[in-house]
Design a protein around this ligand. Structure first.
Ligand code: SAM
Ligand code: DTB
Ligand code: SF4
Length: 331
């Protein structure tokens, strides 16, 4: 017989943002009967959001390939032979054109990604121009450029950058099996600089890299215990790209992915939980379960950074079928 999870027993007396999660509590959420987990996630979701509304972010790779980090999942690492062609940084006009097209398709946020360990000052000059130009279109802006110094974070904030994406990717314990060229603390330090500069934090991770349940729970615990937790939490399903060390990972049970979304929703009640990479390979039914589990944001548009994403027609058809709508459409 299953007993109620201890968190729900004491939820009324604990402010959600102040709750400090133990690994045992997060693991216990993962281990709830599926139906109970989804029910709890729905309750938390509905207390904070319109459950039929979804936020749409479009990604653009502004500098592709040749990255000096060795992230085992990433097709853009110079350590792997994924066939991704290295490209120079796009110019501002190309970025504005892509952002305008994304806006016309219904996206409200535009996220610029670069395959850098960290930007140089000259790189940052260009990104600052891009951020200003995208903002002028009336879109929210996000960038993911690798590690930042304090002054770089401040410059991005001053340029009007709304969100900075920097993922913890996995638990501290599993991190070293995936990436050797930087450590967990580097990631936490950048996130702190982003927070101190006054930007919204976007940070999440990848599921399906061979992590144990405890390690998956460890990722969620790390994110949920940040003070405050990120405003935006992308949960990526590993996209297995040929030529990367993780390309031969066994398939993840889709329900374990859905569980991760639900646990992120419960532990970070007010965050936008983004159903991120991996949707192209996912059935409509699994994506629907992710929405039921509390996902309320997606990457929208044919392309992620170097890999595919469902096209706009497929996404519109899915959202219509579910009676869901883009959150900025006045709902
Ligand atoms: N270079 C910067 C960095 O690592 O922070 C920004 C770009 S990097 C591609 C952004 C994120 O994409 C990574 O942190 C990772 O979570 C995600 N990512 C990269 N390759 C992926 C893959 N094959 N499957 C799922 N997510 C992936
Ligand atoms: C995030 O968490 N996922 C996005 C975005 N932030 C930058 C990137 C997914 C990349 C998937 C592999 C690729 O397309 O290269
Ligand atoms: Fe570089 Fe980012 Fe890819 Fe790692 S995830 S190899 S830092 S582009």
């Amino acid at each position: 017989m299953n007993t109620p999870h201890p968190y729900f027993a004491r939820r009324s007396s604990v402010s959600e943002t102040e709750h400090h999660w133990t690994l045992a509590e997060v693991e216990a959420l993962f281990n709830l009967p599926f139906s109970d987990l989804i029910y709890h996630a729905q309750q938390v979701h509905r207390a904070h959001f319109d459950p039929n509304s979804v936020q749409l972010s479009t990604l653009l790779s502004i500098k592709t390939g040749g990255c000096s980090e060795d992230c085992g999942y990433c097709p853009q690492s110079a350590f792997h032979n994924s066939g991704v062609e290295n490209q120079r940084m796009l110019d501002v006009s190309a970025v504005v054109k892509a952002a305008q097209a994304a806006k016309e398709c219904g996206a409200d946020r535009f996220c610029m990604g670069a395959a850098w360990r960290e930007p140089t000052e000259a790189d940052l000059d260009s990104v600052v121009d891009m951020v200003k130009a995208v903002r002028d279109l009336g879109m929210e802006t996000c960038a993911t450029l690798g590690m930042l110094t304090e002054s770089q974070a401040l410059r991005l904030k001053q340029a009007g950058l709304d969100y900075y994406n920097h993922n913890l990717d996995t638990s501290p314990e599993f991190y070293g099996s995936i990436i050797s060229t930087r450590d967990y603390q580097d990631r936490l330090d950048t996130l702190e600089r982003v927070r101190n500069a006054g930007m919204h934090v976007c940070s999440g991770g990848i599921v399906g890299m061979g992590e144990s349940l405890a390690e998956r729970a460890g990722l969620v615990m790390q994110l949920a215990n940040m003070q405050p937790y990120p405003e935006s939490v992308p949960i990526n399903h590993l996209v297995k790209v040929e030529g990367t060390p993780l390309s031969t990972q066994p398939d993840l049970d889709p329900l374990d992915f859905v569980r991760t979304i639900a646990v992120a929703r419960i532990t970070m009640p007010k965050a936008r939980v983004r159903l991120s990479a991996g949707r192209e390979q996912m059935s409509d039914a699994v994506q629907t379960l992710c929405f039921l589990a509390g996902a309320n944001s997606i990457f929208y548009g044919e392309q992620l950074l170097t890999t595919g994403n469902p096209d706009v027609e497929r996404d519109r058809a899915l959202l219509d079928k579910l009676g869901m709508y883009a959150y900025h459409e006045g709902h």
